[in-house]
Ligand binder design. Sequence first.
Ligand code: ATP
Length: 197
Amino acid sequence: MMVVGLTGGIGSGKTTVAGFFKKLDIPVYIADEAGKRLMANSLKIREEIISIFGESSYSGNTPQRKFIASKVFSDERLLDKLNRIIHPAVEEDFKLWLQRQNTAYVIYEAAILFEKGGYKKCDLNILVTAPLELRIKRLQKRDNSSRDEIQQRMDNQWSDEKKSQLADFIINNEDLADTKLQVEHIHFEILKAGKNS
Ligand code: ATP
């Protein structure tokens, strides 16, 4: 089965685009959600995180995401350690999930697909883009976050120009109806690519 990576900077509309694939009956795996779920449910992950970040990183079984985020925010080494706990677990979880699917392809949505090299494990990759100002407006509205916060998060991600070079398909997500059409077009291109491989 083909695995199609789906990514895009914050506020570009990855989840919105993933929703259009779901409407075409394509299963979508959201890596960031799986990571959150595993942090909350996996005893092994809980132990590993507490051993690095201390008891304050969990309250009972609930990961203290803000606390952990504040620790990794300014310390790349800690962020790396956290990723080395979460990423293999997500990968394992994805493999199990994949075995249960039976469509021509599935979508693997991840925020940092290109940055962390995950795209190499996908057969094809889709990048969702939107103009910067529009992304900032969407995030201000959705999360009530400040321009500074948004800018900081964007600074940790690659630019669209850099990501475009590695993408097989690029979706420009401005007008929703147009985005839906682009998804439908790509859906058929992916099915065609699957038949020819
Ligand atoms: P993040 O990485 O921050 O989770 P994302 O890339 O998954 O973001 P979405 O959550 O899909 O982005 O979109 C961000 C916000 O913008 C949402 O509130 C969504 O409803 C809105 N949005 C997305 N695409 C459009 C569009 N084409 N027109 C209007 N609003 C949109």
